[in-house]
Ligand binder design. Structure first.
Ligand SMILES: [Zn+2]
Length: 60
């Protein structure tokens, strides 16, 4: 992302720091955090694919 010569994409900040999860994933214009879903839902956003912890239910 640092060596991007296309000037269109680097206009302003897209994601700012989320005040709920503290990550740099809060979309400044959409007002939704892409990590925890802050701004969209009151509950924490949770998907199976984002959990890296193995709960022993893997298919081989
Ligand atoms: Zn967040």
């Amino acid at each position: 992302m640092s060596t991007r010569s296309l000037g269109k994409l680097s206009r302003g900040k897209t994601h700012i720091m989320c005040r709920r999860c503290g990550r740099h994933t809060y979309h400044a214009s959409h007002k939704i955090c892409s990590y925890c879903g802050f701004g969209k839902s009151k509950r924490m956003r949770c998907y199976a694919w984002q959990t890296k912890t193995r709960s022993g239910k893997r298919k081989k």
